[in-house]
Design a protein around this ligand. Sequence first.
Ligand code: AMP
Ligand code: MN
Ligand code: MN
Ligand code: MN
Length: 291
Amino acid sequence: MSTASIQLNRQQRIDLHSHTTCSDGKFTATELVDRAVNFQLDVLAITDHDSIDALASAKSYIQANQLPLKIINGVEISTRWHGFEIHIVGLNFDPNNSALNALLEQQAQAREERAINMAVKLEKCGFVGIYDDAKQLAKDGTITRSHFAQALYNRGEISKLQSAFDKYIGKNKRAFVKSAWCDLQTAIETIHQAGGSAVMAHPIRYDMSGKWRRKLIIEFKSLGGDALEIVLPQMNPDQRRLMLSYCQEYELKASLGSDFHYPTPWSDLGKNLTLPEDCIEVWSNWDNIHP
Ligand code: AMP
Ligand code: MN
Ligand code: MN
Ligand code: MN
């Protein structure tokens, strides 16, 4: 098979970070595909939190309707690193890999336990029955803190979703619970075992000093990490330069993504995503796209 036709290139419209209702996105897999096609994207990675459940339905919908969109298998794995929660995006892996599926099963259990413990703490804050509300919002998808935030918002307890994190479920707040996420090494190695690329999601967004961020990137690189997600919506020129310099200094490839959950006035699926000239694309060593 010729590889030329399956290679990604910079002329295409590419978004390698997005969510569906299989985690905390607002659109189902097919709705997300429709949006991507309407926006004339060429390539979309669906990267739900610790779940790959959306991939099959997105791909079969595209096939059934002969839509002009290529789906890259993706996932956003939550990890723990020195008390920080670091997200590792896996791209272009074999979704049937048993090590990957075992890890996602373990992460799902950790999520469920955290949700139960978080609900106990939220009940102590006066929000009786909040677990059932969050679970109902998550439906069959992975339960996330976004669902608890939405549940509190729906009850009128907070005026914006961010307040749930600021007051209750953000790091070290009243109802915060540490999760038993896997470590960085496990996430990176498991993605590699499944034939994928390991990308550090949104390095710019972690609430840590520059010194800690460098320490994190150095460790990510030494563990075999492949790329940094250096292009996301709402970055200023200084941040863009800094992220690019990390790629160059630590010889990491570069990825880009909207981290789309739902449209906002300042971001949308596939909008304003362009890699800078002087970086190596995360897809540069992909010689096939995993079905
Ligand atoms: P979880 O993976 O369950 O810890 O949930 C994390 C998700 O909650 C993230 O992917 C975001 O979508 C959302 N989130 C995390 N922190 C915040 C925050 N400070 N404000 C708003 N949403 C947040
Ligand atoms: Mn999310
Ligand atoms: Mn993330
Ligand atoms: Mn994300």
